[in-house]
Design a protein around this ligand. Sequence first.
Ligand code: GNR
Ligand code: NI
Length: 184
Amino acid sequence: MTGMTDTSQLIPILIAPQAILKAKARAVVAADAARVRDLVPRMFAAMYKAPGIGLAAPQVGVGLRLAVVDLMPEDKPAPIVLVNPEIVARSPELATREEGCLSIPGLYADVTRPARVKVRYFDQAGVKQEVEAEGLLSACLQHEIDHLDGVLFVDHLSILKRNMIMRKLAKQQREKRDADRDER
Ligand code: GNR
Ligand code: NI
């Protein structure tokens, strides 16, 4: 059956530090349609499995301006596909909340961002959409759009905190690599 996506093979989520997570993703164009159609169900599968409330294409090694989000209100799926999302308005008021990132496993920190944002994007059918978000959705949308610009939530922290976290991650990765090697 052509055109169907088998999501039983989970796509791995890349862990920082990793070059593609620091790169600016490029806009999705019409020629990307097939790739996007194949990728979106895989991104949702990886995100739900993790579990997480959002996932950006660079986190699965794809440098496209594409993200998926699902806050699962009342535990019911409410999937959102964001193609070429952009923040078109930000509130002057800020809000601080604890964030995590599937590419920075096990680490959580308070991040301060505009409390409300208006985001323009295209849905998977190519229809232009606009959403005004506050609370967790606002933080999540800003977090995902940051990923498309190569920005991680730790980039919003003090240099001291960020360096501490990135050193810890590099050490974890080193230890994991050594353990994987010793297994073979
Ligand atoms: O699962 C996630 N939780 C989260 C919590 C607060 C603000 C943003 C997020 S997104 C994150 C998943 C992720 O890494 N998306 O890129
Ligand atoms: Ni993230």
